[in-house]
Design a protein around this ligand. Structure first.
Ligand code: PMP
Length: 326
């Protein structure tokens, strides 16, 4: 007898319902591990620590499961999404993968807009989930995809639910409800600095707000690429991009500019010195977190610096920087 059949025969009524609802794919979102480091942080004094949330542990493989799930739940509750309605959005991939997973599990269709230069691995994953994909002009970057989805949403509003991750408060609220709470608990309330990269800015805004509610002295640090032309997939150069509606520029205490070169080197180091095969934006987040920790050490101040690793490297392995030695 299968484990589930066994459970079915053992339990009945509310016991069975509870057991099954804890085994859904949605119930596996969040509660991700908090990772420590052995070698990359070895030069730091004992009272300066760095930790990172392993967001690839989400069932869709990235942090975006959290935001997509909250967006979907709120839309379902408001009657905007359900069978017969197609969810659509612009996404560089991870949010799309999360929508695709949730659409399959909950019974709605998904249509995604992304620049034609999105990584082939991501496009293949989305096709595997069976979603519809519209590729936009790569020269326009994510802004081109945003414009295209807005146009269709305006033309056929009754057929589509435009999830609008850049402007939908459910995006940051997901992190307020989950990521911020988890980090607070997992650090035993000792976090002093939170570092997050900026894409839609949902991670920074939601996690940051929750942490500040717990302790207003926690420093919130945002990080972005140091130029509009960069290889940090998932991050935005906020100064030159369409500003996400959910972003408050005055929110973070500091903003760090991270170079692509330092990011690639950190990606190799995380893989080769720690065993963490992380995505590019995760490596960039680690560069920023290490900069914050180094500054604390130089100032002889203690600190618990926490960042977030949005995904692992599997979708980026075709990038040539992995082949370099150092
Ligand atoms: N890294 C990766 C790999 C991502 O897909 C995203 C989302 N675009 C981010 C970082 C940024 O997260 P957020 O949208 O919450 O700012």
């Amino acid at each position: 007898m299968s484990a589930l059949r066994h459970i079915r025969s053992e339990l009945n009524g509310p016991g069975l319902a509870q057991e099954l609802s804890a085994r859904t794919i949605e119930a596996q979102i969040g509660h991700t591990p908090l990772l420590a480091f052995k070698n990359i942080t070895a030069h730091l004094p004992e009272d300066v620590m760095i930790f990172a949330k392993a967001e690839w542990a989400n069932p869709g493989g990235s942090v975006k499961d959290r935001a997509a799930y909250e967006i979907v739940l709120q839309a379902e509750q408001d009657g905007k999404l359900g069978p017969g309605v197609t969810l659509m959005d612009s996404t560089s991939g991870n949010t799309g993968i999360a929508y695709a997973m949730l659409g399959a599990a909950r019974g709605f269709k998904v249509k995604l807009f992304m620049p034609a230069n999105a990584s082939p691995e991501r496009i293949a994953i989305l096709k595997a989930y069976g979603v519809e994909i519209e590729l936009t002009d790569p020269l326009e970057g994510s802004d081109g995809a945003i414009r295209a989805v807005r146009e269709l949403a305006e033309r056929e509003p009754e057929k589509y639910f435009y999830a609008n991750q850049y402007n939908n408060p459910a995006n940051w609220q997901a992190h307020y409800k989950t990521t911020g709470v988890e980090i607070w608990e997992q650090t035993g309330h000792r976090i002093t600095h939170f570092v997050a990269g900026l894409g839609t800015t949902g991670t920074l805004m939601g996690t940051g707000r929750r942490l500040r509610d717990y302790n207003p002295n926690i420093e919130i640090i945002s990080a972005q690429p140091d130029s509009a032309f960069n290889g940090i997939e998932g991050w935005k150069h906020i100064e030159t991009a369409i500003k996400p509606g959910i972003y408050d520029e005055a929110f973070a205490d500091r903003n760090l500019a991270i170079s692509t070169e330092a990011t690639y080197e950190m990606a190799r180091r995380l893989a080769r010195e720690e065993g963490y095969l992380v995505g590019i934006s995760a490596a960039a987040a680690m560069v920023a977190a290490l900069q914050v920790a180094n500054e604390l050490a130089e100032a002889h101040k203690p600190g618990v610096v926490v960042t977030l690793f949005p995904d692992n490297a599997y979708k980026y392995l075709s990038e040539s920087f992995w082949q370099e030695q150092a």
